[in-house]
Design a protein around this ligand. Structure first.
Ligand SMILES: C[S@@+](CC[C@H](N)C(=O)[O-])C[C@H]1O[C@@H](n2cnc3c(N)ncnc32)[C@H](O)[C@@H]1O
Length: 288
């Protein structure tokens, strides 16, 4: 299943690909935003399509085959943005987009272990050839360290109790799959509102295993460094930890003029059509 791109019209308004130039999609996924940029600009743009997940990139390549002469695909982490862009013609782009987090394509692939609703292995790596899966992380961390991860990245108040339960279950070999972990989480965490308590546990572990916040902090200064003067930056985040990093970075960077006074949020109709968009916040800036 392809991911439905979020805030597409608003992203195009910030990046203005219709004027042409070189653009980087730092989180290509299944190419929803890339396709929108290419369609808006026709032959006038060239696009550097980056993603950490090679399977998403394969989907993107398929979807964008009509534009293949205009695109360079690259598997990699945006923490290496400057290096990766420098190895191509994209070392001074006119615009860069980051659409952070998880795509519905990855969420639906049960064997990747991202979904708490689908039975799968405890993996959650964007790149399955690098680093260690969640199962290893759960083994390696002490109960206190695991509690810190759950608290910091999932804002889970019951983090100590949940970490202890997970470690007990590991010792009895009783937590080998996503649904087992989700069940333990639901037994320990009190439900607030409609959302499933397992969602925050999976968010926390995904952030930790992929070092997501670190990648973002390392990448944003590189994006500003390589952008052309007048170049444009659009960033969509989906939870407060990411958004805080983005907001502070944009505010404090003297080379940037922020063009979204408040973060842009999806309209009601977009949320109804695509509930996954409900937490999205888009921020944009221009390099001075
Ligand atoms: C929300 S999806 C992007 C969806 C895309 N904009 C679309 O419309 O189809 C986020 C994507 O970013 C990728 N990603 C996450 N962290 C990354 C990183 N540090 N470097 C490169 N890609 C990353 C994920 O693999 C995922 O495909």
């Amino acid at each position: 299943m392809l991911h439905i791109p979020v805030l597409t019209a608003e992203v195009l308004e910030i990046l203005q690909p219709g004027k042409g130039g070189l653009f980087i999609d730092a989180t290509t996924g299944t190419a929803g935003h890339s396709l929108a940029m290419l369609t808006a600009a026709r032959a006038a743009i060239k696009l550097f399509c980056l993603d950490r997940d090679r399977y998403s990139l394969e989907e993107a390549r398929n979807r964008l085959k009509d534009f293949s002469g205009q695109i360079t695909f690259q598997e990699g982490d945006f923490r290496d943005l400057k290096l990766l862009a420098a190895s191509t013609d994209f070392n001074t782009p006119d615009g860069i987009i980051y659409d952070l987090g998880l795509s519905s394509y990855l969420l639906n692939e049960a064997e990747r272990g991202f979904s708490f609703q689908r039975e799968g292995p405890l993996d959650m790596r964007f790149n399955r050839t690098l680093g260690e899966p969640v199962s290893q992380l759960l083994n390696d961390l002490s109960s206190e360290e695991l509690a810190d991860v759950l608290y910091q990245y999932g804002e889970i108040r019951e983090s100590r109790r949940l970490a202890a339960r997970i470690k007990e279950a590991i010792n009895c070999n009783a937590v080998n799959t996503t649904t087992q972990l989700a069940d333990i989480s639901r037994r320990v965490i009190r439900r607030h509102g409609k959302s499933d308590p397992a969602a925050r546990v999976f968010q926390a572990l995904r952030i930790a295993v992929n070092r997501e916040l670190e990648s973002l902090e390392i990448s944003l200064p590189q994006a500003v460094e390589i952008l052309k003067p007048g170049g444009r930056l659009a960033i969509i985040s989906y939870h407060s930890l990411e958004d805080r990093i983005v907001k502070n970075f944009l505010k404090q960077n003297e080379q940037l003029r922020v063009i979204t006074k408040k973060p842009v949020r999806p309209q009601r109709e977009e949320i109804i059509g695509n509930p996954a968009s409900r937490s999205a916040k888009l921020r944009g800036a221009v390099k001075i």
